[in-house]
Design a protein. Structure first.
Length: 297
């Protein structure tokens, strides 16, 4: 099995070297494709000079899912993994990828996060949505059979955030299993890997992008029926109650709470409309009108 590793990066000069060093040490046979967004800190130079890098792409877009798809288009392996710029693969990572993909279409593993005094570790996450068992994965530590990724047309480039969760819903629709491999571990030293596009606006509300993405994903994958709308309402109610508690404790203000509520409402409506359009534009199994194939000549 030939393995390609796609590493999206943006202003990651301080972190990318450790990521590439780990790939060189623990996945020396892999093709490493670095996809650099419009970095302004010399990140491209780090990638260009590192011996582990097989190919460097320079993109003008900040969108993480655009970067992921760009890497897929030039990767040559029949297995494609994604590793974040702030993540270092551990010793058994490559073997776990290869072994996991021998019997499964998708494999993922734990992300260890460095904290004061040690590390924390993510555990497997799954949910049942409309009778479908969805196994989520971290988009910065996951590997796919190339054929499966192409069947699903890659990541959805409409999304500024939540691209990996959207893809997890679509993998579940294929009745494919996401294998959890404890040995497929990475150590993440950053709170964030490549920032999503919305994160670039200082002071921008995080509620709006969250709910636009959530509404879009649910409607695109499951339709705009009563159960989908009820699920959105439950999310909004829970987050609204949590934000209201912050007001009560003085950690936020009533005007901020009301402003966030407006962001949630307008972006939820926008996400629903976009999700309906996407669902009409592309049916199963891909459910992805903004994927790899939109760049085909």
């Amino acid at each position: 099995m030939d393995l390609s590793v796609v590493v999206p990066t943006l202003n990651g000069r301080a972190r990318l070297g450790d990521c590439l060093d780990a790939l060189a040490a623990h996945a020396p046979a892999a093709e490493v494709v670095v996809v650099n967004g419009p970095s302004t800190d010399g990140t491209g130079g780090v990638a260009r000079e590192h011996d582990a890098v097989s190919r460097l792409l320079e993109l003008p877009e900040r969108n993480l899912n655009v970067a992921r798809n760009a890497g897929v288009r030039v990767a040559t392996g029949d297995a494609i993994a994604f590793v974040g710029q702030g993540s270092a693969v551990e010793a058994d990572w490559a073997d776990a990828v290869t072994e996991g993909l021998e019997t499964n279409a998708v494999v993922t593993g734990p992300v260890h996060r460095a904290v004061d005094g040690g590390v924390t570790t993510e555990t497997p996450e799954s949910r049942t949505v409309r009778g479908r068992s969805v196994q989520f994965f971290d988009g910065s530590n996951v590997a796919f059979e190339r054929a499966t990724l192409e069947t699903l047309d890659g990541f959805d480039e409409y999304l500024d955030t939540g691209g990996a969760r959207d893809l997890a819903h679509r993998v579940a629709a294929l009745d494919e299993t996401v294998e959890w491999a404890p040995e497929m571990a990475v150590l993440r030293t950053d709170a964030d890997d490549m920032p999503d596009r919305m994160a670039q606006s200082p002071g921008a509300s995080r509620w709006g992008p969250k709910y636009r993405s959530l509404a879009y994903r649910l409607v695109k994958n499951y339709g705009a029926g009563p159960r989908t709308l009820a699920r959105l309402a439950r999310h909004a109610g829970s987050d609204g109650a949590s934000a209201l508690r912050d007001v009560a404790t003085g950690e936020s203000t009533p005007s901020a709470w009301a402003g966030n509520g407006r962001h949630v409402f307008t972006n939820t409506v926008g996400g629903i409309v976009a999700g309906v359009r996407a669902r009409r534009a592309d049916g199963p199994p891909a459910r992805n009108p903004h994927g790899l194939s939109q760049h085909d000549a």
